[in-house]
Design a protein around this ligand. Structure first.
Ligand SMILES: [Cu+2]
Length: 271
């Protein structure tokens, strides 16, 4: 009973809870943190759901009506009619029209996601069995991101989602993500940003997002990649521009891809 009440309450209050990670007994999507995800949620809630519900209710009504109206006792001699031209045209045309009505906004969203605006930050994500490797190609930064085991979690760190090295990006900036894999297929997915792309060995996929709110966002590998598929989460920390610059200067030293000279070190450290 308690669980039931909880489900009802979360259904009513989902929009008011700041959800950048899955919540227990959650229904629906996580709260959108990008324009792209808002459009997806809008499309789902305001078009797909009403269409699906209407069709389901209509089919259910037809089934119940048929069972009652044409039951053996009420309809002892069944009709032998097999074809009806008008009905057949209708049940072909109407589903076609419904599909077209859904396809138009759906393609609009897809094309918008596919067109990558001029990127202000570029990140390369590489899937490995079983962790993610990240690179900031313009900043000479490279690091690996492993899940933190349950026994090592600190307070408020979600289980199975927290990593040791998070990706850090500035708020309200276009971030382009290049996605690939080193061994098998993986997929880089972040529900709050409406992003999900396959990581394919030997090829680079692209996606982008523009996070609108400061916070920590969690995603998971979304392509079954082996025994530890569930243990390679994705964590993105969205910070202010100043904080990002501060993080960059630290990361350039800590995660330097190529050896930095003493002069460069001084230059970075003095920032
Ligand atoms: Cu996986």
């Amino acid at each position: 009973m308690k669980k039931f009440i909880f489900v009802i309450l979360t259904t009513i209050y989902t929009t008011s809870v700041l959800a950048n990670q899955p919540k227990e007994w959650q229904l629906g999507f996580q709260e959108a943190a990008s324009q792209s995800m808002r459009e997806i949620v809008n499309f789902h809630n305001n078009l797909l759901l009403p269409v699906i519900i209407t069709i389901s209710v209509f089919v259910l009504f037809l089934m119940i009506y048929t069972c009652i109206r044409f039951r053996a006792s009420r309809n002892p001699i069944p009709s032998k009619t097999t074809h009806n031209f008008a009905v057949e045209i209708l049940w072909t045309l109407i589903p076609c029209l419904i599909l077209i009505v859904m396809a138009v906004p759906s393609f609009q969203i897809l094309y918008k996601q596919d067109t990558i605006p001029k990127a202000e930050v570029t990140i390369k994500a590489v899937g490995y069995q079983w962790y993610w490797g990240y690179e900031y190609p313009d900043e000479n930064i490279i690091f690996e991101s492993y899940m933190i085991k349950e026994e090592d979690l600190k307070e408020n760190q979600p289980r199975l989602l927290t990593v040791d090295n998070e990706i850090v990006v500035p708020v309200n900036k276009v971030v382009k993500v290049l996605i690939t894999a080193n061994d098998v297929l993986h997929a880089w997915a972040l529900p709050s940003f409406g992003v999900k792309r396959d990581a394919v060995p030997g090829r680079i996929n692209e996606t982008w997002f523009k996070a609108e709110k400061i916070g920590t966002y969690y995603g998971q590998c979304s392509e079954l990649c082996g025994i530890q598929h569930a243990f390679m989460p994705i964590t993105v920390r969205v910070v202010s521009e100043e904080e990002y610059i501060k993080w960059l200067s630290g990361a350039k030293i800590k995660f330097a891809k190529e050896l930095i000279t003493e002069n460069e070190y001084k230059k970075i450290a003095s920032k």
